[in-house]
Design a protein around this ligand. Structure first.
Ligand code: BGC
Length: 255
């Protein structure tokens, strides 16, 4: 039992509307308790988010290491961008702020990187070599590049200039589809163009589509054509961020 406990990390996924978490067995990817979701405070400053993360830690009476996602560039614990979040995160020492708020060792990672890592170890890219690209379609577009099982962090392919004068996430995120009330068929045309552009830049061997919209993958993935790589939906769905954050923390803290 003690050995089992040693392999457990609390994974937390910070999003624009909700902060979700659960203890994760990092050897199996299994959630060991029902996830708990708390509302993201508004405005979502690092300090306010820190208080909610602490609340989540207390819900599980957690005293061990924590892995936490955030939807921005996270480099050496510092958040460097804020495309869809409160601008106060730009240049914030966010990892230290959240670690101090919880009083626990905490590793902060980009949300798409966490999801990608979880897919690489336990999901749709399990056991796959070569270049795997995970694209998460949500409010923005997140990306994770995994090369022979190793994550290359902070790729930010949602911010490539596509199609012409703007960034890709303003053209084909799930939010854009909703905002423009687009049919899946029309949305697939935009996504197809974006994936062709990424094909030109990266020649991936496999692309995995994540984010809430991937639940409806049968409505748009079959519409994609002219791509040299297979496109498949993510396996871990809502839990990918929580599991990936726990994995990153486990690697950092030697669990
Ligand atoms: C951010 C990324 C994030 C993605 C998905 C983008 O706007 O720049 O860091 O991974 O949204 O949340």
């Amino acid at each position: 039992m003690a050995a089992q406990q040693d392999k457990v990390v609390l994974g937390i996924d910070i999003g624009g509307t909700g902060i979700k978490g659960a203890p994760v067995n990092v050897a199996t990817g299994e959630l060991l308790a029902e996830r708990v979701r708390l509302d993201t405070p508004q405005p979502a400053t690092p300090e306010a988010v820190g208080r909610v993360v602490k609340q989540l830690v207390d819900e599980f009476a957690w005293t061990g290491p924590v892995g936490c996602t955030f939807p921005a560039i996270v480099h050496n614990g510092v958040t460097l961008s804020a495309a869809n979040v409160d601008k106060s995160w730009i240049n914030a020492p966010a990892q230290d702020i959240l670690s101090q708020a919880t009083g626990l060792p905490l590793k902060l990672v980009n949300d798409a990187d966490a999801a990608g890592l979880a897919e690489a170890i336990f999901g749709a890219a399990k056991g796959k070599g070569g270049k795997v690209l995970v694209i998460t379609l949500g409010t923005g577009i997140g990306s994770a590049l995994i090369v022979d099982g190793k994550l290359i962090s902070n790729t930010e392919f949602g911010h490539v200039i596509y199609p012409k004068d703007g960034i890709a996430e303003k053209y084909c995120s799930a939010k854009v589809k909703d905002d423009l009330d687009m049919k899946y068929k029309d949305y697939a045309v935009r996504l197809n163009g974006y994936l062709e552009h990424l094909q030109l830049l990266l020649s991936p061997d496999l692309v995995i589509i994540g984010g809430g919209i991937s639940k409806k993958h049968d409505k748009f993935i079959p519409e994609l054509k002219g791509l040299r790589f297979p496109v498949v939906p993510a396996d871990l769905k809502n839990d990918a961020g929580i599991v990936g954050a726990a994995l990153e923390a486990a690697a950092t803290f030697g669990i």
